[in-house]
Design a protein around this ligand. Sequence first.
Ligand code: FAD
Length: 472
Amino acid sequence: MCPAIPASSPVHPNRIRILSPGPPGPPSAGPVVYWMFRDQRLRDNWALLHAAHLAAAASAPLAVAFALFPGPPFLLGARARHLLFMLRSLRRLLLLSPFPFFLLLHSPPSHSLPALLRRLSASALVADFSPLRPFRSALDHIVRSVGADVAVHQVDAHNVVPVWAASDHLEYSARTLRSKIHRLLPEYLVEFPELPAPAIPWTGEKPLEIDWDELFTDINREVGDAPEITWCEPGEDAAMETLLGTNDGFLTKRIRNYDTDRNDPTKPRGLSGLSPYLHFGQISAQRCALEARARRSSNPKAVDAFLEELIVRRELADNFCYYQPKYDSLDGAWEWARKTLMEHAVDKREHIYTREQLEKAQTADPLWNASQLEMVYHGKMHGFMRMYWAKKILEWTNKPEEALSIAIYLNDKYEIDGRDPNGYVGCMWSICGVHDQGWKERPVFGKIRYMNYAGCKRKFDVDAYISYVNRL
Ligand code: FAD
């Protein structure tokens, strides 16, 4: 049997879940395989660190595997902009990895992973964590498929406080999760150790060569309707540059007024710009938090505001998707919100737009159209505008379910950081009141928080934002 959790492991034991203990008997020296899917990095990665220590303790070699969910609609409808951002970074990881790196392209992970484990006579699989249904069902399938032959461990390498350690139930709001997270930070927000060199050299099967040009051409042909974005360089180095770069790094140059500027869409540099990297796991949120905390004394207000978004809000989204299987449906909303939305579903709307009109930014509201175009062409809408954007979809469609499904469809198709728990929760917050409270009742919205053009005009220079988007 593969050792449960090596005593020498630097990984907090509550970060690891043993999904299958593996066969009884003495430890096998079959390879340990790390299935990377949400945390696509070699640095600061608790799952990879756990796999490396497991391999060292069993005197076994270690390999890394990444499996594409192949063919349109790929995973959660990924488009060229998502796949190319991800694959360009993975191409570099393949070159840099001290371990053989298997990129599995041709069948879904529920098939390609068990087949690889069998071919390699693997003793253990270490998997990342994601609360989203397709990953969970693929992992369940893999655990069933390998049976008792292979130990399967899962490590939450994405959250600072592992989702199951932060709370064992669906939290009502940031208020109820915040104190739990803060209490656990001293235990989990700790420095990462170095990734150890391979304990045993790899002598097994060699990963197949990838024809990258062909792969990229296929992707552009099949899902090029949200084409690649070029302003945001993919990869671990680019992510660290965005965080700490000497020219324009967020913590080094741009964080000063984060607590106020983050709500001003005319100041896009006021945000960190880290969401593409966090979404694809090209940087660890824990690294961002450690670096921010180290600079807190010079700017406590801005750092605290950033840590609130980065840790509490982001991990609240994982909590929601983990404990609420209907995280992308009106059925996943709280009772009060469902009731008020259904009561107002019959209210007369001033405008009704189809999904196609919305997608093409053909509404009577130039501010909304600008935000939609920012998302379609730039691939990242400003955080403040995302709230206004989603709430207007509720106002302009026939039913709340329709509004939610259109918002999620557009968000997932065009946002570079889309197809993420933050996206599902952002849409659910805006349209279904999740993690929010009831407000003064009004037509269409019922008790869901309302936003309008006049409010935006009071908050920021709407025309300046529209001209900024036109220049993109
Ligand atoms: P920063 O303000 O610098 O934030 C730093 C990090 O904190 C973000 O990268 C993110 O990981 C986290 N964060 C910030 N705001 C939130 C929030 N409200 N909820 C949870 N985590 C947060 N975020 C996504 O990552 N992917 C999405 O698809 C997504 N869709 C959204 C849709 C709607 C309708 C709404 C209202 C919000 C959505 N968000 C989404 C949350 C938020 O708008 C983005 O995380 C943020 O704009 C990303 O830019 P940034 O990294 O520069 O932000």
